[in-house]
Design a protein around this ligand. Sequence first.
Ligand code: URA
Length: 230
Amino acid sequence: MRLDKFLANLKIGSRKEVKSLIRNGKISVNDKVVTIDNFKINPEIDRVFLENEEVFYKKYYYFLMNKPSGYICANKDNLHKTVFDLDDRLSLYDCHTVGRLDKDTTGVLLLTNNGKLSHNLISPKKEIEKVYILKTIFPLKQEYVLKIKNGLTLNDGYKCKSATFEIIDEFTGRLTLTEGKFHQVKRMFIALNNEVVSLHRERFHTLTCENLPTGKTRQLTVEEEKSLYS
Ligand code: URA
């Protein structure tokens, strides 16, 4: 099969786009860069890479993003930049975000086209852990640890599930939640008469952004994919 046809079939881009990827040296076949678009490959045997990432047909795609501040978690928005603007593959593979992070929140964000898995991961019954590092405007108090453990009541009357809070320094803490209500972290600190001034998600279930720079996206490894089902 022609290399450009193979790549276009996998939705790496239009025929024109994949030709330009090939000519620009972005594609390698079995560890050798190939710059001829009518190069013939055997899809059963040859291994094709786009900038060091192997490409092959997959039903489901899983992307890990280290979300930067300033991007919203929505597919399209006329006013704001969205996380889909950061990597073309996300729209190409019809991905959605698994849950949402606020525009100013940074850190671990999972995106996939596997609706069943994302439904499972955000289901309150699953109690998936989400770990946040937060900074507050007023000093943190030791009493927060117990209050959060006992389940805070938000200003709208919602009683949060028991959560874990650890004070890192005067204004920095680590909060582990097993639920994900709208603006939950910020609303918890409002209920404590404090205010979150920066929020970073350090872990979502088994996933962390170690070695993934802010603003970058990569596909999950097979091990990471499997770990989502644990
Ligand atoms: N809680 C918040 O308040 N904001 C987020 O982005 C995530 C959790």
